[in-house]
Write a protein that binds this ligand. Structure first.
Ligand code: G3I
Length: 468
């Protein structure tokens, strides 16, 4: 076969010329690639996970020059692990170190090209190995270390119980019991005769069960939580009573073995020391309280939950002696039939009242009866007379002292009487107090342990000191 060298050279020259033409058609630099849109990187699973570190990984984007890595203990990235807030790295992996054992972390990645920064990648969740060291400045950690421990509780709303939320983190760190602030009452659950909306209550109970956190049921029967259909019930009084019995039976049965205690009746005594004239008293008669406890006890026993703790719950009994007397006459009556196991003292207090002596006198009436004591809704107002417009240092410290005082009182209780001390909410700006039409509180207030930024207040320190 004769090889035509000249032809090959001609073809090669033509190819080279074409190539050069493309590169230098107009004598200038090669035409720029069309600007590549900077894509959003894909974060892949963590690797090399230890008790204090792991590797963040992502898929390289050819157009990217570098990557920005965020690592947080909250999947809302409201806070960042030190050193990992927009950490710039090239390549496709970076080791994150200095972490805590047994803690859940979240990471995300952005791509960077010049001044351009992409959107956030998907979020990866990773939990370091080992067991989280229990920080003694966490309320439940210190309470659990006591010779006679007790639950440290908090009132919750189901929408706070999202994995990785700041509430979730604080709850798991600081609290060993939860009470539904309103979603386990009759009006959110009971939609009609024998019909129910269990969703929020189930979420709260499931969260407690999944995380080893005690659940206190609040409240089966309360005059401020009667669903409209029952308020407007057109049947006879005995049919009304059957509806209440059915409700109590169905709710206690559903959560049997899942929650440890119930406020069966809440606030049945009026501030004048007589029975509150509620729809229950009107339609079921003076024995309604005993009936409700009997139905709750029967339902629990029928479900095999013979350890369910039945509480009576009320407020202001430390300062209102006629009310205190009436409450304990009800308690005495329930005790004769073994239908009560504990008394809930709500303790919606102020930085001035009740006094230490008043609280001790009140609570000791349950102690001498051998009943469990639940400080069930603790908050401490500092602006009940609306004479300040922000939490002054003076009131901040006075509040700290009152938290320390009541925790000290509770901590001194005999082991047999201890159950839980529950604060009524997390952050000051979520408290019921400034917005309650019942309380008619005149202005703003800062009654809880955490401020609006979820930072601990001196009140939290006072609580801890009460656990000494
Ligand atoms: O969150 C929902 C909102 O989505 C909805 O749009 C809105 C209108 O229906 O309702 C909002 O829920 C409200 C909830 O507070 C928010 O926290 C409920 O309507 C409202 O009834 C509920 O009030 C609760 C109140 O009991 C009545 O159940 C308060 O949070 C709660 O702090 C208060 O707690 C009581 C105790 O159970 C008994 N002791 C007194 C204490 C203070 O009143």
């Amino acid at each position: 076969m004769i090889i035509n060298h000249k032809k090959i050279l001609g073809i090669a020259f033509l190819m080279m010329f074409t190539l050069l033409l493309g590169c230098s058609k107009n004598g200038s630099n090669p035409p720029p690639e069309p600007d590549t849109v900077l894509g959003t990187p894909f974060a892949s699973n963590a690797s090399n996970i230890t008790n204090t570190s792991f590797n963040v990984n992502w898929v390289i984007l050819p157009e990217a020059e570098s990557y920005l890595i965020d690592v947080s203990t909250s999947n809302s990235f409201s806070t960042f692990v030190t050193g990992y807030n927009t950490l710039e790295k090239s390549g496709s992996t970076v080791e994150v170190t200095g972490l805590s054992p047994g803690l859940t972390y979240y990471y995300r990645v952005r791509a960077k090209k010049g001044a351009e920064i992409s959107n956030n990648s998907n979020v990866i969740t990773v939990t370091t190995t080992g067991v989280q060291a229990e920080d003694p400045t966490f309320l439940k950690v210190k309470a659990n270390a006591l010779e006679n421990p007790f639950y440290v509780g908090v009132a919750v709303k189901s929408n706070q119980l999202t994995e990785g939320s700041s509430y979730d983190t604080v709850l798991k760190n600081e609290f060993s019991s939860i009470t539904a602030e309103y979603e386990m009452k009759m009006n959110p659950i009971s939609t009609g005769s024998g019909t129910y909306n269990w969703s929020a209550a189930d979420k709260i109970v499931q969260y407690g069960n999944d995380n080893g956190i005690n659940v206190h049921g609040h409240a089966l029967v309360w005059h401020n939580a009667v669903p409209d259909w029952l308020s407007n019930f057109s049947g006879t009084d005995s049919e009304f009573a059957l509806e209440v019995k059915k409700y109590i039976t169905d709710v206690v049965t559903r959560y049997a073995g899942k929650i440890q205690s119930w406020d069966v009746v809440n606030e049945a005594v009026d501030d004048n020391g007589t029975m509150r004239n509620t729809i229950f008293l009107q339609k079921m008669g003076a024995n309604y309280i005993k009936d409700c406890y009997q139905w709750a006890r029967d339902a629990a026993n029928a479900a095999g939950d013979t350890n369910l703790i039945l509480f009576y719950n009320d407020y202001a009994t430390s300062t209102n002696i006629p009310k205190q007397d009436k409450v304990f006459s009800i308690v005495d009556d329930l005790m004769t039939s073994n239908l009560i196991d504990g008394v809930g003292f709500q303790m919606h207090n102020t930085y001035l009242s009740p006094t230490k002596e008043q609280i001790e006198t009140d609570i000791n009436r349950a102690v001498v009866l051998g009943l469990k004591v639940h400080v069930s809704e603790l908050d401490i107002q500092v602006n009940q007379n609306n004479d300040i417009t922000h939490l002054t240092e003076e009131r901040n410290l006075a509040q700290k002292d009152k938290y320390k005082e009541i925790v000290t009182i509770y901590n001194a209780l005999p082991k047999a009487n201890k159950y839980a001390l529950t604060v009524w909410g997390f952050k000051d700006n979520e408290s019921w107090i400034p917005f309650s039409t019942d309380l008619n509180h005149p202005g703003d207030d800062w009654p809880l342990l955490y401020n609006n930024k979820f930072e601990i207040k001196s009140a939290h320190t006072g609580f801890l000191e009460g656990l000494d």
